[in-house]
Design a protein around this ligand. Sequence first.
Ligand code: NDP
Length: 401
Amino acid sequence: MSKVLIIGAGGVGNVVVKKCAQASHVFTDIMLASRTKSKCDAIAAEVGGDRIKTAAVDADNVPELVALIKSFNPKLVINVALPYQDLTIMEACLQTNTHYMDTANYEPKDVAKFEYKWQWAYHDRFKAAGLIALLGCGFDPGVTGVFTAYAQKHHFDEMHYLDIVDCNAGDHGKSFATNFNPEINIREITQKGKYWLDGQWVETEPLEINRIINYPHVGGKDSYLLFHEELESLVKNFPSIKRARFWMTFSKNYINHLNVLQNVGMTRIDPVKYNGVDIVPLQFLKAVLPEPSSLAENYSGQTSIGCHIRGKKDGKDKYYFIYNNCDHAETFKEVNAQAISYTTGVPAMVGAMMILTGEWMKAGVYNVEEFNPDPFLEQLAKYGLPWHEHVNDNQFVEFKD
Ligand code: NDP
């Protein structure tokens, strides 16, 4: 019997809850808690049958979290609130002897800078308590790390070049919207780019480097080099990697909107006075943009996310590509969600399943690539995200340089 507490009732939380409910042999009792309880209740009603308990919680408040965790007594907390809440939820897990996992690494509200250092600093405390904290178990970060671990285990003696490619070729019909929390999304895109080269980070201006990348079943799309959090843990855990980059597609329309918003100051994260009240422009912008979960109904097209890897096997050069494509309309039909929420929520459920079944269990703070990728990828395909591999297949060689 395994009780799980899910915190955060947004686009991703909706998918995690429904996927955990589908795997009732592992998740026997489920509670969904979030800042706005009515959102939890709406998701619980869709699952039906009194399967999901709900609660209100302010996850910035450790004593409130501790009281909730003590009252429900889960084995694991799945954090799908916002990255700002990572440390308070980790702290509450330590105080209540509860395992922890999330899908995005901590960043402070007042600095747009995400790094693992704050969460890795908890390693000794989790280890001493005999608890696991599993970090970044969505798609990217998450599945991209597991794909890389799978490549190392089954295909390479040494990996040298890693390019993670993330394409959303979907159309939601809105002139501008973000696919996950707008504040987090815009902070990520407007900061400087960064990639790993020969043992150090190379910094770029925001969206300075771009190229057209071919995505399976989608075709060529404008893709931009960004810094993405899994690069930090992957180059640490696979030191043979000489270069690691992350690419994401954006349409010209999206970039134009973003440029205008930036130029007029709407993406600022420092408070400005308005009518005597402090407001943060980016938080105000979030309030007027569509909720990511509301995009699901009319979304068409697919996402395509994968890893292109080059390296050596048995002394020979090898090119390996592994990816998943996910269809917005299909995920809407299944769980009332768009594919970005789905591709994050399914791996979060599978990661939780790995912990609760003991497949992935060691005390301390870890990233997904530090565990056996095989059982994870088996369940991932079973629960809605099938993946595909191409080995030395010229049709899928994107990165020759
Ligand atoms: P949403 O904004 O849709 O949902 C976030 C939820 O967290 C909301 O229900 C919100 O409550 C709740 N929340 C925010 N602050 C608090 C708080 N202090 N206490 C309690 N609840 C709170 O975001 P998404 O569902 O799109 O994203 C969820 C997480 O998933 C984010 O951390 C995001 O970065 C991550 N993510 C990871 C990806 C990956 O591939 N690894 C991809 C996409 C997202 P309210 O409704 O009241 O605002």
